[in-house]
Write a protein that binds this ligand. Sequence first.
Ligand code: SF4
Length: 491
Amino acid sequence: MCGITGIFSHKSVAAELYDSIIHLQHRGQDAAGIMTYDDRMHKEKGIGLAKEIFNEENMGLLTGNIGISHNRYPTHGGFSHGEVQPFWTSVPYGIALAHNGNLTNYNELAAEVIKQETRYLNTTSDSEVLLHLFADELHQDIPPQTNEEFFDLLCEAVTKLFRKVKGAYSITSIIIGKGLVVFRDPQGIRPLVKGERPNGKGGKDYIFASENTMFYALGYDPKGTVLPGEIIYVAEDGSVFNKRLVKKEFNPCIFEYVYFARPDATLNDVSVYRARLRMGQNLAIAWKKKQPNKTPDIVIPAPSTANTSALSFANELGIRYSEGLYKNTFIGRTFIMLGQKERKKSVKYKLVPQETEIRDKKVLILDDSIVRGNTSREIVRMLRDFGAREVYFAVACPPVKSPCFYGVDMPTRTELIAGNKTEKEIEKYLDVDALLYQNIDSLVEAVTRKGDHHIDRPCMACLDGKYVCNDVDDAKMDEMETMRENDRNGN
Ligand code: SF4
């Protein structure tokens, strides 16, 4: 999972792109980059958090009113500086590209790119492959002259990409001499929202981003979502062209609502906060049915992505919501950190139980999801250490049984606790007095209940094993898992 932004403005965009990276920092803490464009491209990128990479000096060199940015959270490729986006090529135009998602036919596509004599790959990143394929499709002996002609070429090029490229990809891109281009894969798996603001001269500025979390701070009005299979082109003179190139089922990632997105975001025209409230409510109704004799004294969220669901869960049950686990926000989110060792170490650093809230109480912990199970188990142990009388565990997401190949760095099948154990076995492993998972229908209902969204059926491949692009069978699963292991081990 990554965070991307593209801005077309009447003024310099560097500071706004920096703010966007800060507002999308939860989507990727591994690395970040900004590219801007005036008469030529300017770039700055590095490993770490935005505040560690950018400073007054290097930001001053990022001139131009059009730009893109990227927060990196690696799901494919290595961990070196060279893998940090945006990527850039100079043939046939200067093109820079930021990608959120993951391609499932990387090996075939990389082979195709390498076969062509004019292209070579600097990295093992699927985003670089995507950039070269996009650039190749845009190549013409006689380049288009007008914006309309260029948009026709873009539509043709991206339509060909849609046929060729499998998996998830939301893209922001700048093209020298042309402007800003964004598009989203035909099933809209990864999010991409849009916003506008008046530019004070009778025209408009435009922003496109993985989440609208920075819109208010930057003065943009939300204008909904880039649709699946849609391309939008903002030409250098400010004229805007858009087209939905293909219409397939709209299958946005359900895990964005469960865990990944910031709660104040609205994705695919669905409020993440409202979806999480409904998740908690649905789960509480199920708890009352399944455990009428196990009413907790308090509900404590595993902070902080479960806070919203825990609040509505407690309200529905008529019991007290408690912040009985204090989170040190200066420690990175455990799901994002690399390697089991670091992750284990960080749980105790990150969470501190409050004894006054826990001792002699029947405590229900509500977590957004259980992936490996080690964090949940440690939380339960902490509560028992701090004197909880009984510990119950409720999970806003159904069991995660399969890896994600569409841009979320989930573990392999062997590491996923629900891929290998029954719910009863997980209850025992966690050492809880009762465990309840949300069921899939209740989760889908929570996300799609209300609003003017166009979602047909969210992607839930990690929960139900149905990969929405029909691109993952057993052989592909083995190939992708091996590739991911190699990436992790630096092979
Ligand atoms: Fe999201 Fe899971 Fe689908 Fe990946 S497999 S895109 S995490 S719902």
